[in-house]
Design a protein around this ligand. Structure first.
Ligand SMILES: [Zn+2]
Length: 101
């Protein structure tokens, strides 16, 4: 899993294909990500207590990580590469321009 929470991504497949949004959760074991306002499903919510209202809410459902691409500020949707510096620190880079992501 190369994506992280907060990454800007473009959706490449599914009903929200082409949409750009932000990763709000990463599920590494399932190789899935939850992207803000993408792949939403209507969920019926029962009222709970006095503060929570019942009704239909939109819930963001996980997407396969392979169906989103990170967006590089320089070149748009791209794949993630890694660069290791002299101290062994790994930096995520754009495979197209080599810039840090
Ligand atoms: Zn780039």
């Amino acid at each position: 899993m190369r994506l992280r929470e907060g990454d800007k991504v473009k959706v490449m497949a599914g009903k929200d294909s082409g949409r750009e949004s932000r990763v709000i959760r990463v599920l590494p074991k399932k190789n899935k990500v939850i992207v803000e306002n993408v792949n939403t499903a209507k969920r019926h919510q029962k009222p709970r207590g006095q503060t929570m209202q019942g009704g239909i809410i939109d819930k963001d459902m996980p997407l396969d990580a392979s169906n989103v691409m990170i967006i590089c500020d320089e070149c748009g949707p791209t794949r993630i590469g890694y660069r290791v510096d002299g101290d062994g620190n790994k930096t995520r880079t754009c495979v197209k321009c080599g810039g840090e992501l």
